[in-house]
Design a protein around this ligand. Structure first.
Ligand code: ATP
Ligand code: MG
Ligand code: FE
Length: 344
């Protein structure tokens, strides 16, 4: 099947056309630069940018694929999670296209799209696999029985997402938003053992083990305290070392728990997705621990890690192939869509 995918959950307006496992076009417009001076995404500005970019981005995705709307079998659009005003623009636009063309529409879960997109590079999922999703808003381990029909949450962050933790430390160090890529760059120059950064959650508050849950708010606080103490003592902050130590702690705990979960669930593959998986320390840590544990780690190329339309179109193809019923034209957006909902 051929599916047009549309994405507008945050600050990227994106559209792509996928046929089977082949990416025919992939267009992304970002309003990131407009938010940089505010230190975070401003929903009003992002929504307005989606309204301006929607038609040009979708038209370009179709023309790059040498297609007209009539040539696609279905339209897929991110229905959540994300910023409500942003979701409303993409979903309304997609519904208008579906209504005018009579094509079926699927309102899909953006987070599951981050996992689905790996099929463009690595082919179909093995049955029953584990997936690690690490992004600006999410850090979770999922068990994927069938990407079109059934996923379960195995573990999740109890507070901040990994990307959020990096962005907050980055702000403290004076980097512009989004700070994740700046930490990545500096971390490559520093000593990962210079500063003792705690390794997220190992035990729950009650003392009970949470083997697959994460916690990054304490990591952020520990780094912040250390930096503030150095500043108070009048010492220069070794930025590269701080970044390297933070990155190594976060990458280490993510890879350890993912591999542990693969062992427990007998999964020989780990599907990896989400904007934070652009992080070079996490990529190399996952590849190395995959080798040690004999797990095939499927990390997408960089342009498929960050938000895009291909991830939405790919999940749309999975839904069409599985014969899942399309969404009704009056489906609602869900800014807090739970992770085990695949389509609405
Ligand atoms: P979600 O997918 O949970 O809705 P999102 O779509 O806002 O969240 P993504 O676009 O998937 O998030 O990822 C953005 C996050 O990834 C930001 O926190 C950003 O700092 C982080 N990020 C991007 N590149 C890197 C990198 N190289 N190193 C570290 N973090 C990075
Ligand atoms: Mg973004
Ligand atoms: Fe995302």
């Amino acid at each position: 099947p051929v599916v047009l995918g549309i994405e507008s959950t945050c600050d990227e307006t994106a559209a792509a056309v996928v046929r089977g496992r082949t990416l025919l076009s992939n267009v992304v417009a970002s309003s990131m630069d407009e938010h940089a001076r505010y230190g975070g995404v401003i929903p009003e500005i992002a929504s307005r940018a989606h309204a301006e970019a929607f038609v040009p981005v979708v038209s370009k995705a179709l023309s790059d694929a040498n297609m007209e709307l009539d040539d696609v079998d279905a339209i897929a659009v991110s229905a959540g999670p994300g910023l409500a005003g942003c979701l409303a623009v993409g979903v309304s636009g997609a519904k208008a296209l579906a209504w005018a063309s009579g094509k079926p529409i699927y309102g899909i879960n953006h987070v599951i799209g981050h996992i689905a997109v790996t099929q463009l590079q690595f082919g179909p999922f093995p049955k029953d696999t584990l997936a690690l999703i690490v992004s600006g808003g999410h850090t979770s381990l999922l068990h994927v029985a069938d990407v079109a029909r059934h996923v379960d949450v195995v573990g999740t962050t109890l507070d901040d997402a990994a990307g959020e933790c990096f962005d907050k430390v980055a702000r403290l160090l004076g980097f512009p938003y989004p700070g994740g890529p700046h930490i990545d760059r500096h971390a490559r120059l520093g000593n990962p053992d210079a500063i003792n950064v705690p390794q997220g959650l190992t035990k729950g508050k009650s003392g009970k083990e949470h083997p697959y849950d994460f916690s990054f708010s304490g990591v952020k606080t520990a780094v912040a305290r250390w930096v503030e103490a150095e500043r108070a003592a009048g010492r220069p902050v070794p930025v590269d070392d701080v970044c390297a130590s933070l990155a190594s702690s976060v990458a280490g705990v993510l890879a350890d728990k993912a591999m542990h979960a693969c062992e427990q669930y007998g999964s020989k593959t780990l599907i990896v997705g989400g904007g934070f998986t652009a992080n070079s320390q996490l990529r190399s840590e996952l590849i190395m621990s995959g080798r040690r544990h004999d797990v095939e780690v499927r990390i997408p190329e960089l342009r498929l890690c960050t938000d895009n339309g291909a991830m939405v179109a790919m999940l749309g193809v999975n839904l069409v192939e599985a014969g899942v019923r399309p969404s009704s034209l009056d489906f609602a957006i869900d800014s807090a869509m739970p992770m085990d909902v695949i389509s609405v």
